[in-house]
Ligand binder design. Structure first.
Ligand SMILES: *[C@@H]1O[C@H](CO)[C@@H](O)[C@H](O)[C@H]1NC(C)=O
Ligand SMILES: *[C@@H]1O[C@H](CO)[C@@H](O)[C@H](O)[C@H]1NC(C)=O
Ligand SMILES: *[C@@H]1O[C@H](CO)[C@@H](O)[C@H](O)[C@H]1NC(C)=O
Length: 464
C-alpha cells in the first residue's frame, strides 16, 4: 500500500474547514484513475443492466478498430471518424483523472477550486484544459458536459508573458503573451495561452494537495478533438501530459515524481486504477528492464524493438523497418494513450501472416472476412475449444521480452449470437506504437531519470 501522505502545513483561503488544501512536500503521489462507469464518474450508469447502459454501435462491432480512438489521451489521429466500438462496448481502458483547477472566490460549502476530468497522455508533454476563450468569435470549443474553465475568474491564473519563461516557445506569442499549440494529427489541434495555475490533486486517501504554478495550456481554440467518450456526454476537459520533457506534468511534479510513474491496466472490469508517482510506486519483483529513449521533438517514450515472435518463432523482420530514421520517423514507441498496437506495414503483414497460419490449423475456428481493405484477422469460434491454443506474441525489446497473451492480442466479442474475435493490432504507414490493449495485466514503471522502462506481468486488480 502507498504510504500516508505527510502534511507539512495547511492553508485556507477563507473558511476553516471546507476548501482547505494542504501545501506539502510530498515524496510520492497516487492518483486514482476513474473508470467511466465507476460511481465517481459523471457517466456512472447506476444500476442499469449492462445490456442497457452500453450503447450498441450501429455497425459491425470491429469496424471502429480502424478509426482508433485513444483511451488515456486526447485523440491522436484526425482521421478518426467514429468512436471505437472497443470503447462504446465499455472496454477496460476508459480512465480519467480528477484534478482541481484554480482558486475561486469561495461561497460557503464550496471548495475554492473547480474539479475537471483529464485524460492522461503518455505521448505528449504539455497539459491543457478547455478555457472560456474558446467561446469567442472565430474560435472553437470541443463538445463537453461542463462549461469551459473560467480562467479569468481564478485568482491563481497567471498568463505567461512572451519569451519570459523557458516553457514559452521562442516568439510563439500573441499580444505580448505566450501561446501554445499541440497538434495530435493533421487538422486536430488545441491552441491557446500558456499560463500558470494551481492544480489540486486528490490522492488515493481522499487527501488533497495543491501544487502552485503548474504551467499549462489554456485552450481557446481546438479542432477535431474527439474523445474515447460519448460525444454529447464528454466529461473530459483536457489532458495531463505525461510525456517526456520539462513541460510535462510529470516533470513539473518535481521531487514528488522524481521523473517516475507507473500504471497497471486491468482487464474485464470497471474498477478504478492508479497512476503512481515517485516513492508511491509499489515495488515489484522480477520486472524486466529496457532502455527508453527520447526522439526529439517527440515527447513519446521510444523503445528499441528488435524483433517479434509468434509462439517462440521469430518473424523475418527487416531491422530498418523498426529502427529510428534520421528524420525521427519510424522507431517504436510505447504509449498507453494509443488503444491498439500499430505496426508499420511490412512488420504488420509478417505478423498477420504468421498468426493466420497458426490459426488456420485450428479446426474449431472459422475465418471471418469483415473488412477486406483493412486486412482484419477475425475468426468465429465454432466451439469453446476455439479459444484454446491461441498463440502468444512476444515483442523483443532491448534486454527484455514483452510477452503478450492471447487475451491481449485479440478482441473477443459476441456478435449476432456468435463468439468472434479479431486481432486488435493495426497496420500503419509510418508508426510502430505498443498500445494499451497489448499492455493490459502488466505493470509498467517509467523512469525518465534512469531512462529505463520496467515491466512484468502483474495482477492489476490488486492495485499494482
Ligand atoms: C510560472 O511558474 C514557473 C514555475 O513553474 C515560474 O518559474 C514562473 O515564474 C511562473 N510565471 C508566472 C507568470 O507566474
Ligand atoms: C526474409 O525477408 C527478406 C526480405 O523480404 C528475404 O529476402 C529473405 O529471404 C527472408 N529470409 C527468410 C529466412 O525467410
Ligand atoms: C475476462 O473474463 C473472462 C471470464 O471471467 C475470461 O475468460 C477472459 O479471459 C477475461 N478477459 C480478459 C481480457 O482478461
Amino acid at each position: 500500500m502507498s504510504p500516508e501522505i505527510p502534511f507539512v502545513f495547511h492553508f485556507c483561503l477563507s473558511s476553516m474547514l471546507l476548501g482547505c488544501i494542504a501545501a506539502v512536500q510530498l515524496d510520492g503521489l497516487t492518483m486514482e484513475l476513474i473508470h467511466r462507469d465507476s460511481p465517481q464518474s459523471p457517466l456512472y450508469p447506476g444500476n442499469l443492466p449492462l445490456a442497457e447502459r452500453i450503447p450498441k454501435p450501429s455497425a459491425c462491432p470491429f469496424a471502429g478498430l480502424h478509426h482508433q480512438t485513444s483511451m488515456m489521451s486526447a485523440n491522436k489521429a484526425a482521421t478518426n471518424k467514429m468512436i471505437s466500438p472497443l470503447t462504446s462496448y465499455g472496454d477496460p481502458f476508459l480512465f480519467f483523472a480528477q484534478v482541481g483547477v484554480g482558486s475561486f472566490q469561495e461561497k460557503s460549502n464550496h471548495p475554492h477550486f473547480k474539479t475537471y476530468n483529464f485524460q492522461i497522455d503518455t505521448g505528449n508533454e504539455l497539459s491543457w484544459i478547455q478555457c472560456e476563450g474558446c467561446q469567442n468569435k472565430g474560435n472553437m470549443c470541443f463538445p463537453h458536459m461542463d462549461p469551459p474553465y473560467l480562467n479569468s475568474q481564478s485568482k491563481s491564473y497567471k498568463p505567461i508573458s512572451c519569451n519570459q519563461h523557458s516553457f514559452c516557445e521562442p516568439n510563439q506569442c500573441k499580444e505580448g503573451m505566450c501561446t501554445y499549440d499541440v497538434t495530435y494529427g493533421p487538422g486536430s489541434y488545441t491552441r491557446g495561452n500558456l499560463a500558470n495555475e494551481t492544480f489540486t490533486l486528490y490522492s488515493s486517501h481522499g487527501k488533497r494537495t495543491a501544487l502552485e504554478d503548474i504551467t499549462f495550456g489554456c485552450s481557446t481554440d481546438s479542432r477535431n478533438m474527439k474523445y474515447a467518450f460519448l460525444f454529447d456526454k464528454n466529461p473530459v476537459s483536457g489532458v495531463l501530459g505525461m510525456g517526456w520533457g520539462p513541460r510535462s506534468f510529470l516533470a513539473q511534479l518535481g521531487s514528488i515524481s522524481h521523473g517516475k510513474f507507473s500504471y497497471c491496466i486491468k482487464a474485464n472490469n470497471t474498477q478504478n486504477t492508479y497512476l503512481r508517482f515517485g516513492k508511491h510506486i509499489v515495488k515489484s519483483k522480477n520486472l524486466q528492464t529496457t532502455k527508453i529513449m527520447q526522439v526529439k521533438p517527440s515527447a513519446a517514450y521510444h523503445v528499441n524493438l528488435l524483433g517479434i515472435s509468434v509462439n517462440g518463432v521469430k518473424l523475418n523482420i527487416t531491422k530498418t523497418d523498426l529502427a529510428v530514421r534520421k528524420d525521427g520517423s519510424r522507431g517504436c514507441r510505447i504509449d498507453a494513450g494509443t488503444l491498439a498496437t500499430l505496426l508499420v506495414k511490412p512488420v504488420f503483414d509478417r505478423l498477420h501472416t504468421a498468426l493466420a497460419d497458426h490459426l488456420s490449423r485450428n479446426q474449431n475456428l472459422k475465418r471471418w472476412i469483415i473488412h477486406k481493405l483493412h486486412k482484419d484477422l477475425c475468426y468465429e469460434q465454432l466451439s469453446d475449444a476455439g479459444r484454446e491454443n491461441l498463440p502468444v506474441v512476444t515483442f523483443h525489446l532491448e534486454n527484455a521480452d514483452l510477452e503478450v497473451k492471447p487475451e491481449a492480442i485479440f478482441l473477443f466479442r459476441e456478435f449476432e449470437g456468435k463468439n468472434v474475435f479479431c486481432l486488435s493490432m493495426l497496420s500503419d504507414d509510418s508508426k510502430t506504437i505498443i498500445g494499451a490493449y497489448q499492455q493490459m495485466k502488466q505493470k509498467f514503471v517509467y523512469d525518465t531519470k534512469a531512462r529505463v522502462l520496467s515491466f512484468g506481468p502483474e495482477d492489476c486488480e490488486k492495485n499494482g
